[in-house]
Design a protein around this ligand. Structure first.
Ligand SMILES: *[C@@H]1O[C@H](CO)[C@@H](O)[C@H](O)[C@H]1NC(C)=O
Ligand SMILES: *[C@@H]1O[C@H](CO)[C@@H](O)[C@H](O)[C@H]1NC(C)=O
Length: 311
């Protein structure tokens, strides 16, 4: 079943007020805390664009016939890309080694026991440190090579995201970027913002409940979409773009897109690009749209009480 965006209700406006307070608290925290070095220790080969790597994370069961078929559609049309399929063990090793400069983040990542929160965090860690393209396993490519995803005039973008819910839901709903496909250059401040926001929330839970990271459960995190998933990703990225251009980004500047729109160094793709089935367009609108790039098959293997495959 295809998901739909969250409807705005009075309760969600209360949620926004709470969220605003949290953002203020975080802002205060960031101003008063001396942040450790945020530069990755690994030096990256100097390159102008987004590294030609596609990152996948395997669950404990590896690929099945569906995910093999879907990932193959991307592998076939991108022969000049390095494909990385990380197991959970590979991912732990990667974080341990490459995030040494942020021992606080290493501890949180290795200690976390909720697979979906780890999988969410991993994509942001990889994209900030290494860059490239993150892809969930339930994504197929629609025939356009990744090299052709970004229009020439936007090739300098440091982060490329696509709307999941943008068109055809009326006005009272919560917009979100897809987090199943994300492209980034290494060192994007927007990726770091997402990481800082999620880890701050985890620390908040640990302090309030007086528990170690290992004991944080899905009941404590609340809805995963808001905690580490697409809505968190969207809110943190939009706030971070605002910081980078020194003004508040209004949603209507980046909504109802029929063409990619760059704001700061972030390129936002219309819903059709990454989430064609979650957006509707009129026939006239369809004529202006760029092609569909990927299809998300909504396998949702994390949707169980444990928050992911555990065996
Ligand atoms: C954390 O979880 C473990 C295992 O369930 C339990 O033994 C321990 O008491 C918990 N710690 C706290 C502080 O709740
Ligand atoms: C950001 O905007 C504020 C208010 O307009 C201004 O005072 C400040 O100097 C600006 N900062 C930068 C870095 O442009």
């Amino acid at each position: 079943m295809l998901p739909s965006p969250k409807r705005l209700t009075f309760r969600t406006s209360g949620y926004y007020i709470l969220q605003a307070l949290c953002v203020l608290a975080l802002f205060y925290y960031l101003r008063t805390t001396s942040i450790q070095s945020i530069q990755p220790q690994n030096s990256h080969p100097k390159s102008d664009g987004i590294p030609k790597i596609i990152w996948y994370k395997l669950g404990p069961k590896g690929l099945n016939s569906d995910t093999r078929e879907w990932t193959d559609t991307c592998i076939r049309i991108n022969p000049n890309y390095r494909m990385e399929f990380l197991t959970d063990e590979d991912a732990d090793e990667y974080v341990k080694k490459s995030w040494k400069f942020r021992p606080d983040i290493v501890d949180i990542y290795l200690g976390l026991t909720i697979p979906i929160v780890k999988a969410d965090l991993l994509r942001y860690l990889l994209l900030f440190d290494q860059g490239g393209i993150w892809s969930d396993l339930d994504i197929s490519c629609e025939g356009v090579p990744v090299d052709d995803w970004i229009p020439q005039q936007h090739k300098a973008a440091g982060l490329v995201v696509g709307w999941e819910f943008d068109m055809g839901w009326g006005t009272a709903f919560i917009r979100q970027f897809a987090s199943w496909t994300i492209m980034a250059k290494p060192g994007s401040p927007h990726m770091l913002q997402v990481i800082e926001d999620i880890t701050a929330s985890l620390r908040g839970i640990m302090e309030k409940q007086e528990i170690p990271i290992q004991n944080v459960t899905l009941t404590m995190t609340g809805e995963i979409v808001d905690f580490s998933g697409p809505r968190r990703f969207t809110n943190s990225v939009i706030a971070s773009i605002g910081k980078s251009v020194n003004r508040t980004i209004k949603l209507d500047e980046i909504s109802q897109l029929l063409q990619p729109k760059q704001i700061g160094d972030v390129l936002i793709l219309p819903g059709v690009s990454f989430a064609a089935s979650a957006n509707t367009y009129t026939d006239e609108e369809k004529e202006q749209l760029p092609p569909k790039l990927v299809t998300h098959h909504y396998a949702g293997t994390w949707k169980n009480p444990e928050g992911g495959e555990t065996v």
